[in-house]
Design a binder for this molecule. Structure first.
Ligand code: ACO
Length: 432
């Protein structure tokens, strides 16, 4: 349990010694993120959003072409491509998305390209595999994530997303299976810590919207969500037992969007004409999977995330208190709270105190989800993990405009989750 799948072992780059010995240890090299491009994330609630205007092909082209433009990477120099997408077959009747990238540039034709799928962690795994490919000898690798979800209405889409759960066992909980699964976690959390109330969870949404209001790429850029609105958001589940434990204002969005990131070796940096100072260094990356077919012992704990992140931080000799910024998977407000506790930013039961203290706001000690997170920036599921690493890059390089942190961070963490804490992909990045 929680072993990296695909015979992958933990990778620790840049001179940090891995605790777990890796089959790739002899080939470890420095790996950098040269930058990339995130399209606007859009859907219901975004001004000018037009359903059907752009599909998978357009989002692949826009994000990949943007990444070439913004990094100086030449399409001819791309050694390998990883595509993150969860459910193209269901949302868009389109699979085989490793072959969806050549339309972005003719030089990508016949390059090694494959899709990786781990539900909402597909993008994170595409990035992790890109790092592994550099460690194994490639110089320039593209990780791209795209999802177009608005071709279905949100209820039908909810049943598609349910494929990331144990479908036969869990889809009957509600058409909105994932909101129901996380309502179940919120219920367990509130029962375990009776001093915590639903209004405390709403604070996560208030922070998310406040950050997203400063981010022109955010799906909910124009939607205001002060505390009273976040607290009073509508209940929408049909499951009567779970209904009170999630509100629409606690949920990530049903979004369309794409994100493309370019990972490079030192040689790759030279090929792109970049100095180290224009890139960020990947300190470590790791991922792991839980057991899809069973429930965790304690629904108030994200055990897969805790295992993967603590293993990665320990390998790098980094403590949670060393982090300057984090992107965590806030698919629902309760998920962000459980992530704080799984990562070690807050002790068990104290996650809502952390967010209410302002420590994770833009001005706080450890800003989390600075561009609005999944709740406000949006959540085109296969794109999210790629967007997360680019958000850390953009904060480190001072590219975040109105939501730029006052002092540019040095050390940042990304945590991308698939399903109900069933896959976790984590990455640690350092400014150079
Ligand atoms: N009052 C009462 N009920 C309401 C209200 C309201 N104001 N608004 C919506 N509803 C109910 C309705 O019953 C509606 O049901 P219907 O299909 O019978 O009409 C239902 O909610 C959905 O309404 P929509 O108008 O379709 O809602 P919207 O498009 O605003 O979506 C929602 C809101 C449902 C919260 C959506 O954003 C969502 O599903 N988010 C979560 C997405 C998700 O699960 N992603 C995966 C995360 S898992 C992971 O990342 C690991």
């Amino acid at each position: 349990l929680i072993r990296p799948v695909l015979k992958t072992q933990l990778l620790c780059c840049s001179g940090f010694q891995p605790l777990l010995t890796s089959g790739l240890a002899a080939m470890l090299r420095k790996v950098f993120l040269a930058g990339g491009h995130v399209t606007p994330f859009v859907g219901k609630g975004s001004p000018n959003f037009q359903k059907g205007l752009k599909g998978l092909k357009e989002y692949f082209a826009e994000s990949i072409q943007g990444a070439f433009r913004e990094t100086g990477a030449k399409p001819e120099a791309i050694d390998r491509i990883y595509v993150g997408n969860f459910a193209g077959e269901l949302f868009n009747s389109q699979g085989h998305l490793g072959a969806a990238v050549a339309a972005a540039h003719p030089a990508l034709l016949h390059r090694p390209s494959m899709r990786v799928e781990a539900a909402c962690a597909s993008g994170g795994l595409a990035c992790a595999e890109a790092v592994r490919a550099i460690c194994a000898g490639d110089d320039i690798v593209l990780a791209v994530g795209v999802e177009v979800q608005t071709e279905a209405d949100s209820r039908t889409g909810g049943t598609y997303l349910a494929r990331a759960a144990d479908f036969k066992r869990q889809s009957g909980l509600d058409d909105f299976t994932f909101p129901a699964l996380f309502a179940r976690r919120a219920k367990a959390y509130l029962e375990k810590y009776p001093e915590v109330k639903m209004a405390d969870l709403a604070t996560v949404g208030v922070k998310a919207y406040s950050n997203g209001n400063k981010n022109p790429l955010a799906h909910m850029h124009s939607v205001k969500r002060p505390l009273e609105k976040a607290v009073a958001g509508p209940e929408f589940l049909k499951n009567e037992e779970l209904k009170p434990f999630v509100r629409a204002t606690h949920c990530s969005q049903v979004s369309d969007g794409g994100a493309a990131a370019i990972f490079v070796s030192e040689e790759g940096l030279r090929k792109c004409g970049l100095s180290k100072h224009q890139a960020v260094e990947i300190v470590a990356t790791d991922y792991g999977a839980g057991d899809l077919w069973s429930d965790p012992e304690d629904l108030a704990v994200m055990d897969t995330t805790r295992a993967v992140v603590s293993r990665m931080l320990a390998s790098a000799g980094v403590k949670p208190s060393d982090l300057d910024v984090a992107e965590v998977h806030d698919c629902f407000a309760i998920a962000e709270i459980l992530m704080y506790e799984a990562i070690g930013l807050a002790p068990p039961g104290k996650g809502t105190e952390l967010v209410k203290s302002g420590a994770t706001s833009l001005e706080g000690k450890i800003p989390v989800n600075t561009g609005g997170g999944l709740i406000s920036f949006g959540h085109p599921v296969g794109a999210t993990g790629v967007k997360q690493v680019l958000e850390i890059y953009r904060q480190m390089k001072g590219l975040c405009g109105d939501y730029q942190m006052k002092s540019q961070p040095n050390l940042g963490l990304c945590v991308n989750m698939g399903g109900d804490d069933k896959t976790c992909s984590a990455m640690l990045l350092r400014n150079t």
